[in-house]
Design a binder for this molecule. Sequence first.
Ligand code: GTP
Ligand code: IMP
Ligand code: MG
Length: 339
Amino acid sequence: MPSYIVVGGQWGDEGKGSVIAYLALKDRPDLIARGGVGTNAGHSVFINGKKYAVRQLPTGFIQTEARLLVGAGVLVDPGVFFHELEHLRDFDVARRVGIDYRCAIIEGKHRELDSTNSHLHGEIGTTGSGCGPANADRVMRTAKLAKDIKELEPYLTDVASEVNDALDDGKLVLVEGTQGFGLSLYYGTYPYVTSKDTTASAIASDVGIGPTRVDDVIVVFKSFPTRVGAGPFPTEMDEAEAERLGLIEYGTVTGRRRRVGWFDFDFARYSARINGATMLALTMLDKYDKDAFGVTDYDKLPRRARKFVEEIEERVGVPVALIKTGPELEHIIDRRDVI
Ligand code: GTP
Ligand code: IMP
Ligand code: MG
């Protein structure tokens, strides 16, 4: 698969970061390009007992041989960008990162509006990162672009050309999405959504590849979906139940407690369909069945966990190719060669 896209199938925070980090190390893509909205995203990766959180740069940073790119569709907050270059200095990121010169810029006024406006912050429960207001300025055609910011100059590139050149040369390209299907501006639970479409097609457009150049779409689902912020969540469980099941989580960007729910098979089927999923990744299987913790061989999964995976495959209609069974990168079952 010369190009593949990884997207979230629920309301974000499915653990895309840890799936992408695994793929980046295992498959050794030549180029890793990030699509999605902007710094509202938060991905955390657990490497050798240390937690790294990124909001702006690709989560595949862990693969130190790869070129790292931020596509034109993504909003750039220069403060967050430079912070992450420093945060990830052990991974030699500054030398290999490129930002499309057409990325729109998040400014202080956008963050301000996003964290004070009663509709955005109060009713919708935005992350306050300025993404919605910056995208609004982009639509109004008043936003600044990356090429207008002097400090970004050393990092500017034409991401679309780089990605297409890599594909022409038969290189492997990994494309990262952010958020999740339920937060899509078009297909999600409007108005409780983010400021852009989040499906695989949009992510392809964000980095400048046409639909004919995408070989695989991996949609990531969490065994117990979560949602931060307001909006419908039909399978939500109450807080006491979530606590009883050991499912307490807090957001990477906002620190807000995540709402937790039961796996919604019908929703997952719809999400996989609109995303054009060719494979699924399932995370947190150890939260569903604690005896699944750390298992790396499908045949060694406990019966209850395996039944859950089988039910997903049957009711969603797409093979579960990757299964995370714990927080570390190696806590994964990779069945891509047998499906
Ligand atoms: P995305 O936004 O989809 O990238 O997810 P996220 O990074 O926001 O999710 P979160 O902040 O909750 O981070 C995921 C954390 O859970 C990371 O520390 C991962 O190492 C860890 N994790 C990932 N997969 C599993 C899993 O299968 N089991 C357990 N117990 N932890 C996991
Ligand atoms: P915004 O994207 O900051 O405008 O927030 C809009 C909605 O999307 C809010 O409900 C946020 O909580 C949610 N949201 C945005 N980004 C993420 C994410 O990375 N993970 C989970 N929820 C998100
Ligand atoms: Mg997240």
